[in-house]
Design a protein around this ligand. Sequence first.
Ligand code: SAH
Length: 232
Amino acid sequence: MRWFPRREPMAGDPLAADRAAMVERQLRRRGIIDARVLAAMGAVPRERFVPIGLRSHAYDDAALPIAGGQAISQPYIVAWMTELLQVLPGGIVLEVGTGSGYQAAVLATIGARVRSIERLPELAAAARERLAGLGLGDLVEVIVADGSLGDPGTAPHARVIVTAGAPTVPAPLLDQLAEGGRLVVPVGPANAQELILVTRTLGRLTETPVGGCAFVPLIGVAGFRPGEDGPV
Ligand code: SAH
């Protein structure tokens, strides 16, 4: 069955047409096919995750700055990473780099329960508040910690998404990846990484580069040192 974006403007949702156009032009036309991902991207109000002054740009084909010198990813990248993750209905996802909370909201909207780690307490607090305001507070738990170390207490993890660029695939995340698990992580210098899909099958890890991307740096024990690469 084909899914058609809603075209008529919705009362109380002045950006509905922009959101639908983003799904059609930036996602579907570029090859995103997972219906659950397309539906979630068409449902989550990205304007709630960007600074107020940038709301009219919420559906631009671009990453946008958020507080703390960080960034909310380009919609296409969010959709692509979500599709690569192949989230199981009701499955649990570990996210490293909560940022605005937008990626977590998309994951929760496709039916995942998300444990999201953010190193900057003020971003974590703002994301928590936003997610609660959208009724997603029960599905997303935001934790302040160094996510480059993964989350040993809840390991092994079936699905892990890292939304900050790491110098190498963080070893703790490989150690904590469950059998049959999938880890998506950008690797490379600030603002020019390769997205790597790591799978564990019959105990063996396979790393597959899937394309280029640009994220702010992952800063932590198994990431960059503060000040070593990009904004801190
Ligand atoms: N997924 C986010 C975008 C993340 S931007 C969104 O949808 O908006 C990357 C985030 O990773 C930033 O907020 C940054 O503070 C955070 N970060 C960087 N290093 C981290 C680490 N070691 N642990 C947890 N979060 C980290």
